[in-house]
Design a protein around this ligand. Sequence first.
Ligand SMILES: [Zn+2]
Length: 165
Amino acid sequence: MTAVKSLPVYSCGHVHLIDAYERADDHSQTLSWAATTLPCSKCCREGLMSLDLSPQVYVNLQQLSPGMAAFVIEVSEVVQPLDGVLDLTGYSRRAPSKDELHPGGDAFDVPCAVWRKEYWFANETEPMHVIALLRHLKQEMRWLETYLPAGERAVHFADFVPPNN
Ligand SMILES: [Zn+2]
């Protein structure tokens, strides 16, 4: 095991848990470092709980153009400081997607906007590369769920934000 030289320290003063950091892959470690200007996942989770909010995450596969598909992550019920964490880690505010063929559009005038991130790949991509991408994404979910009051139970694969959520 390689010794961890330094760990992310967040704006609340808390340090990233060493166990969680060592279990994370490079991708998720990078995500942790990107959000250190904001409170840590535990403080963020407690803030959401005090507001009685429970953001849910929907991960699915969408056909975004004739030659390209994407793994799409959408997060509902997001408030500060989680919106900042998502903003710093590549998510943007969009309307929720309806299904595999109807991605959500701009977030203007949408009361139930979500935070979305897309991992695009060409239709002819080798399956092993798609699987590697999926593995990447699962690691990202292990990171994101630490911010959520419902943890792992808030992450839904192959599912969409329920209508009127
Ligand atoms: Zn903290």
